[in-house]
Design a protein around this ligand. Structure first.
Ligand code: MG
Length: 255
């Protein structure tokens, strides 16, 4: 039997708290962009992120989630998502670092990610970052009440195809609210089956992941870090979005 999808509409109060959580997420990512430089370790970044979240009277959403040991996911180069911050990973010129962060504020969650260049990166990798971020905004544009979620997914696929990037199919976006991962799952490519139809009050995290080479990925022995099968670079961008009858609202921005 097909599993029934349960999507919850958020109340005005919940949306307010999600925007507050999202603002803290945005602050963390802004600081990450500032402090990411050759020589810094991903553990140092994790410490900074956790401090900002706690200063804002909030809680890291990932720490302890299914046993994840850190505040941010820090994924370098061929690592796609879920990299674990550690003292041995020293960033160097030419790397890219994907930082994913989730924040719980008074019970509600905001979730976003960016991929940050470390020093000077190649034009090819720079373009990968630019287009993955652009795919996120293509998808956000489709995230309005009355639209089929497939259109959101399809917008991501269309941009990947245009530039020949590998799409990571095993991971994707999700509903978010009081839980980090709620229905619906959001594929980063157009599915065969239609639906669900988006409604005002839904909140979803959209997160395209594009690879320079193959879209195929696997998990490392740590049971977390996801890497590309061909070891080519990957990029990841994410925002938490409120669906309305009008324009989509990005909740993971500073307010
Ligand atoms: Mg997410």
């Amino acid at each position: 039997m097909k599993k029934k999808i349960m999507i919850t509409k958020k109340s005005k109060h919940e949306i307010k708290l999600m925007a507050a959580a999202g603002s803290i997420v945005a602050e963390v990512l802004e600081v990450m962009r500032d402090v990411v430089k050759p020589g810094i370790t991903t553990l140092e970044l994790d410490t900074i992120a956790e401090r900002i979240i706690k200063e804002n009277k909030a809680i890291p959403a990932f720490k302890g989630y299914r046993g994840f040991p850190a505040t941010i996911c820090a994924s370098v180069n061929e690592q796609v998502v879920h990299g674990i911050p550690n003292e041995h990973t020293v960033l160097k010129n030419g790397d890219v670092l994907s930082v994913d962060v989730g924040v719980v504020y008074r019970g509600l969650i905001g979730d976003a990610a960016i991929t940050i260049p470390v020093g000077d990166i190649s034009a090819e990798v720079s373009k990968l970052l630019e287009e993955t971020n652009a795919a996120l905004y293509d998808a956000i544009e489709k995230a309005v009440a009355g639209n089929d979620l497939r259109e959101v997914s399809g917008a991501i696929e269309d941009r990947a195809k245009k530039f020949g990037y590998g799409i990571v199919k095993q991971y994707g976006g999700h509903g978010v609210g009081r839980s980090l991962h709620e229905d619906p799952f959001i594929f980063n490519y157009r599915t065969e089956a239609p639906g669900p139809i988006l409604k005002s009050g839904y909140v979803i995290a959209i997160e395209p992941m594009f690879n320079l080479g193959t879209g195929d990925v696997h998990e490392l022995d740590d049971s977390w870090t996801v890497v590309t099968n061909d070891n080519k670079y990957s990029a990841h961008f994410e925002h938490t979005i409120l669906i309305t009858d009008d324009k989509p609202e990005i909740l993971t921005i500073k307010s």
